[in-house]
Ligand binder design. Structure first.
Ligand SMILES: Cc1ncc(COP(=O)(O)O)c(C=O)c1O
Length: 390
């Protein structure tokens, strides 16, 4: 029978406690979700600033919808690029001190586009081992030599740079996440930047979880590490997390952006996201830069960390909104997540292959929406779960 391996593989995944299933969210407001008729405090969302339901952002959305319609109606190179998209690109380029910015319908598409458009035979791409699947997948399928270094291990990165200069004749691109999506820790950006400088390589940062969270005005790694365009020629950021809308951007030189406009298939052959989304995204970024939600987020992160430390919970060291609780076994991680659900706490279990084998975890995320008592309930729940799970 054709494609009979589909069912075989699903059966194997279920047997190994690795089958993924979706839930249907019936309501979602103010940090509380409703699933199967029950309400839960949500500690799994990437809406770190609580911007998804901010009234000013929603108002911008509504204005954009009434003026430009529900969708963009075309790819950006046809008629899908409106003055709302241009205003968003201009604002980002100016804020990040870059010559130009290009919008993508998702961070996944942006990462894939960089690999597809920039990497050729003879080039080398060097990434942190924990780099996001959207980049790794494209790097594997690119014609470039692909080297990875152990997570945040600069010595190993240096070894890979030496290998790159031995083997390759072309360009080298070194890529890391600014804040890692599953561990929540930060890259040693300054050390990576120096390595790139020594080896005449380009540095690219995927700031999906840093943009809106780190840096004096929330602009991410570029601001936190004061990186000029020469020091970090490619910055990728997403709007679906702290910014609360959707889509992504790449910031860099005018030549880079012009090149992507001409060569990046994920840009050229895809419908632009709506003008309304661009307008709402710009409002969200402006609000984010003003600061109150970011300050609240960091207060909440600090509060969670202090309570977790008192209880000796096995949280990976992180100053970001991502505070992973290590469990190291997929079946136990699922059980832990279910136990927390029974206490009204929603914390997703993250299993391999999203994280390395044996590093299964609860990916706790903190938001500016959480109240102190929500965080206290979470820590109480984690302590009870640990006692029951053993
Ligand atoms: C580090 C990282 N890069 C890229 C992406 C993809 O972004 P998007 O959700 O906009 O496709 C994600 C999303 O989970 C991510 O965590």
């Amino acid at each position: 029978m054709a494609f009979s391996h589909l069912q075989t593989e699903l059966t194997r995944l279920a047997h190994d406690c690795l089958l993924r299933k979706r839930v249907v969210v019936e309501d979602d407001y103010d940090g509380v979700i409703k699933v199967d008729g029950k309400h839960y405090l949500n500690f799994s969302s990437n809406d770190y600033l609580g911007h998804r339901q901010n009234q000013d952002i929603l108002q911008s959305y509504v204005e954009g919808l009434s003026r430009y319609g529900a969708g963009s109606g075309a790819s950006p190179l046809v008629t899908g690029h409106t003055q709302c998209h241009q205003a968003l690109e201009d604002h980002l380029a100016n804020a990040l001190n870059r010559e130009a910015v290009l919008l993508f319908s998702s961070g996944f598409a942006a990462n894939q586009a960089v690999c597809q458009a920039l990497l050729s035979e003879g080039d080398t791409v060097i990434t942190d081992k924990l780099m996001h699947a959207s980049f790794i997948d494209a790097a594997i399928h690119s014609p470039a030599q692909f080297l990875r270094f152990k997570h945040n291990d600069i010595q190993h990165a240096e070894t890979q740079f030496s290998k790159a200069s031995e083997n390759a004749s072309g360009n080298t691109l070194c890529v890391s996440e600014g804040v890692f999506s599953m561990d929540g820790d930060s890259a040693d950006v300054s050390a990576l930047q120096q390595l790139c400088e020594q080896h005449d390589a380009w540095l690219m940062l995927d700031d999906a979880h840093a943009f809106g969270v780190i840096g004096e005005t929330g602009l991410g790694s570029v601001e936190a590490f004061n990186l000029s365009q020469d020091q970090c020629p490619i910055v990728m950021g997403t709007f679906g997390k702290a910014i609360g809308t959707g889509g992504a951007f790449i910031a860099g030189s005018q030549v880079l952006i012009d090149y992507l406009v001409n060569k990046a298939k994920h840009y050229i052959y895809s419908t632009a996201f709506s003008a309304a989304q661009a307008k709402a995204t710009l409002t969200s970024i402006q609000l984010m830069q003003q600061g109150p939600a970011r300050r609240q987020l960091h207060d909440n992160i600090g509060y969670f960390k202090s309570l977790a430390a008192v209880q000796g919970l096995p949280i990976i060291a992180s100053d970001s909104a991502i505070q992973p609780y290590l469990i190291n076994d997929p079946a136990k991680a699922l059980k832990a997540s279910d136990m927390l659900k029974s206490l009204g706490l929603w914390v997703n279990a993250i299993r391999t292959p999203t994280v390395p084998k044996g590093q299964d975890r609860l990916r706790v995320t903190i938001s500016a929406l959480h109240q102190q008592q929500d965080i206290e309930s979470l820590v109480d729940g984690l302590v009870m779960m640990r006692a029951k799970l053993g």
